[in-house]
Design a protein around this ligand. Structure first.
Ligand code: NAD
Length: 257
């Protein structure tokens, strides 16, 4: 089987949430560089617009749609805008997420719990809820959700976040089973610590924790956003045609320990 990603992606359309920064921006740039038209979405308008500027400067095609993924009406409008602008939706990277807690489980607050679940769980569910009908009508598509190694193993002082990412994997597997025969593949990526603002904020707040994060990966370093983007492109491509319902660790060996 000969796989030509650029040929497969050419003329197709991708939607990326949380694309105003970090992993989402890197993946939106990689999608565009592979010939996809990209809808860049984020709650952060300047960040999202900057991603579009970078894509266009590199010769790609993209447009920005602001969306809070935890609001049903906004996600519905985002998917409708994607179809209105580019005529279809082939690939979705549901990546927006937050990581705000620093406490052991019993010390967390109800407000933290609700905020994390609203974005990380409800946001991914709402995205799939509105994307899947479009893909069903088109005859197929591929979805990648951002989970985390915290969705596979324990995450001390991030217990609610860990629960939210386990939930992402549960929804991913279920959607893969429910829509497999309809040619919609659904997978998750599980990054370990990646060099993004999310990591830099945590590192700045707690340097000991930051140094530990560097040391805990068997490859001896943290990951790069481009390494997650590459995994997402693979999962969307025909090269992964027989791969669905997986939670793929991209983690420098962390979960192999
Ligand atoms: P980031 O903070 O750089 O980017 C996250 C983006 O999501 C931001 O642009 C933010 O504005 C957006 N966002 C937040 N709430 C939103 C909402 N309600 N609606 C729409 N957009 C919203 O972080 P990142 O590291 O690039 O994180 C991307 C994803 O990767 C998240 O789901 C995160 O949980 C996951 N992840 C990150 C790491 C890491 O080490 N950075 C590790 C594992 C998993």
């Amino acid at each position: 089987m000969k796989i030509n990603m650029k040929k497969q992606f050419s003329g197709h359309v991708a939607l990326v949430t949380g694309a105003g920064n970090g992993i989402g921006r890197a993946t939106a740039l990689a999608f565009a560089a592979s010939g996809l038209k990209v809808v860049v979405s984020d709650i952060d308008t300047p960040g999202g617009e900057e991603t579009v500027t970078q894509i266009k400067a590199a010769g790609g095609e993209a447009s920005f749609v602001r969306c809070n993924v935890s609001r049903d009406e906004e996600v519905k409008a985002l998917v409708a805008a994607t179809v209105a602008t580019y005529g279809r939706l082939d690939y979705a990277f549901n990546n927006a997420g937050i990581d705000i807690e620093k406490n052991r489980l019993a010390d967390g607050s109800e407000a933290e719990f609700d905020a994390i679940m609203d974005v990380n769980v409800k946001g991914v569910w709402l995205c799939m809820k509105h994307q899947i009908p479009v893909m069903l009508a088109q005859g197929g598509g591929a979805i990648v959700n951002t989970a985390s190694v915290a969705g596979l193993i324990a995450a001390p002082k991030m217990g609610i976040y860990s629960a939210s990412k386990h939930a992402v994997i549960g929804m991913t597997k279920t959607a893969a089973v429910e829509y497999g025969k309809k040619h919609i593949r659904v997978n998750a990526v599980c990054p370990a610590v990646i060099d993004t603002d999310m990591f830099r904020r945590a590192h700045a707040a707690d340097q000991k924790k930051g140094a530990f994060a560097l040391a805990m990966h068997p490859v001896g370093r943290i990951g790069k956003v481009e390494e997650i983007a590459a995994a997402v492109l693979y999962l969307c491509s025909d090269a992964a045609g027989f791969t669905t319902g997986v939670a793929l660790p991209v983690d420098g060996g962390l979960t192999a320990i």
